[in-house]
Design a protein around this ligand. Structure first.
Ligand code: SF4
Length: 476
């Protein structure tokens, strides 16, 4: 069977794993990829308009003539998925499957969209393979675990299958799929683990865990050897310069990290970046990270206010531990950037300023201040509704994914302050203390929004997306 994946923005490890399993079982796969030039944290509409890929994608479908088209969708990619599925169905009679976090968390919203035939909830490797094999052999596809579909006008909701317990059994992700579109020409994405043991109120992990019946094996690690083998294999093939560990929290297991640090240094020895949570840091961990080659850390600071962290974000970390551990990173000599959320339900302006202050004191290399995006059905989404921060219009916007962290603030609480904070905090972090008092005094003009982007990591992403967009037509 021929399966054509469709994705926008950046490389998708989820798609790469599914493609690998399908290829291993004799199926042919390809990709229609829209680098999404223009949509980084701030949407550059003019740039987006300049790079339009819809036509090329339809031509590709015609040439590849797939038996199934498979999308992966985060919530904020759903508008693009709807647009593309509509365009596809106008010209082709090909079944469409949508997997990823959005159909997992909002299955009904996704499957009821008229141009979507099947959705996949949870891990997609084996359900997609079973679907393809059954479609090929003409068997009934009605009872495939994780797959929901429309049968005689009704939604057939199949239960979820157990998690893949041994991640080492999976083939290495099919990187070729994205590599030919330049999608990771500058960095190699890899996951050493799946899942996260924590339950932050704004994160999909809690829901995912619940969907899997709070399975004790929700957080799973690959063996160090398996990870190292992939990196060696990939180095020969793609000659990457830098690695990005895409785990929700890297190196949670100290025994694993010790083993990894040794082998990585000896056998790979490339700079890498990873994501960490402040609560789980120790001097020992940071020294292992540093020795092994960790060059950069993204750290989920989220809020500088203890009440907001504990009561609203469900991150049980005191200010004392936060400062202690953030200074530990500083002392380790590893560059770090913070990830922050503003516009939280019940958050006052003073509490929001605590987030600025914490960042100001620790002086990270970069700081991203996301306006809260309450993903549908997360704990914080319900809290926002309860507190009146999401009105009916905004609930629909959130459910449809018609928004982004920066360009369409969806929160009503302290709206003007949140917007100004979002724009000016990255700039004011770099200025002497005297300027702090002007944080909310400048009008949030578009020009300032654009300037503020240059204080984030976004310009790098923006450059990459433009680069990918430029090389795409030559090789597609
Ligand atoms: S620690 Fe990170 S990945 Fe884990 S639940 Fe919290 S936000 Fe999600």
């Amino acid at each position: 069977m021929k399966i054509l994946f469709a994705y926008r923005n950046c490389e998708s490890l989820g798609i790469e794993y599914i493609s690998s399993i399908l290829k291993q079982n004799g199926h042919k796969t390809d990709l229609i990829f829209d680098p999404g030039a223009g949509d980084v944290e701030f949407k550059f509409n003019t740039v987006s308009k300049f790079f339009k890929f819809e036509k090329d994608m339809l031509v590709k479908i015609k040439h590849f003539s797939p038996d199934l088209i498979a999308f992966s969708s985060m919530t904020n990619l759903f508008p693009w998925v709807k647009k593309m599925t509509t365009l596809i169905k106008e010209q082709f009679d090909i079944p469409i499957l949508v997997g990823g976090l959005h159909p997992t968390a909002s299955p009904l919203k996704t499957i009821t969209y008229k141009h979507i035939d099947y959705i996949c909830r949870g891990e997609g490797e084996y359900p997609t393979l079973e679907l393809i094999e059954k479609l090929e052999s003409g068997q009934s596809i009605n009872d495939i675990k994780n797959i929901w579909l429309k049968v005689n006008g009704k939604i057939k909701k199949n239960p979820i299958r157990p998690l893949i317990n041994n991640l080492d059994e999976l083939p290495f992700p099919d990187k070729d799929l994205f590599f030919k579109y330049g999608a990771f020409s500058k960095r190699y994405y890899i996951m050493a683990a799946r899942g996260c043991p924590f339950e932050c109120s704004y994160c999909y992990n809690k829901q995912l865990k619940e969907i899997y019946g709070n399975a004790p094996n929700y957080y799973r690690l690959r063996t160090v050897d398996n990870v190292i083998n992939e990196l060696k294999w990939a180095l020969e093939r793609y000659n990457y310069k830098k690695i990005y560990f895409y785990d929700d929290i890297f190196g949670l297991n100290l025994k694993w990290l010790k083993n990894f640090a040794n082998k990585y240094k000896n056998e790979i020895n490339k700079p890498y970046k990873c994501l960490l949570r402040p609560q789980n840091l120790t001097k020992e961990k940071l020294s292992l990270l540093k020795k092994s080659g960790c060059q950069e850390i993204d750290i989920g600071l989220e809020s500088g206010n203890e009440r907001v962290r504990k009561e609203i974000l469900n991150r049980n970390i005191s200010n004392k531990i936060m400062y202690k551990n953030l200074y530990l990173i500083k002392q380790s000599g590893i560059d770090f950037s913070t990830l922050n959320i503003i516009g939280n339900p019940t958050e006052t302006i003073e509490e929001m300023l605590d987030t600025f202050e914490m960042n100001y004191k620790i002086k990270p290399k970069g700081a991203l201040f996301h306006i809260l995006y309450p993903f549908p059905e997360t704990t914080i989404y319900h809290k926002c509704i309860e507190e009146g921060d999401l009105d009916n219009k905004r609930i629909e916007i959130v459910k449809e994914g018609i928004s982004s962290y920066r360009s369409h603030p969806i929160i009503t609480r302290n709206y003007d302050y949140v917007v100004k904070f979002n724009i000016f905090a990255p700039i004011f972090l770099k200025l002497p203390p005297f300027f702090k008092k002007f944080l909310f005094k400048i009008p949030p003009l578009k020009i300032f929004r654009i300037i503020s982007i240059y204080f984030l990591t976004t310009p790098r992403n923006f450059r990459l997306r433009i680069f990918e967009s430029l090389i795409l037509p030559k090789i597609a």
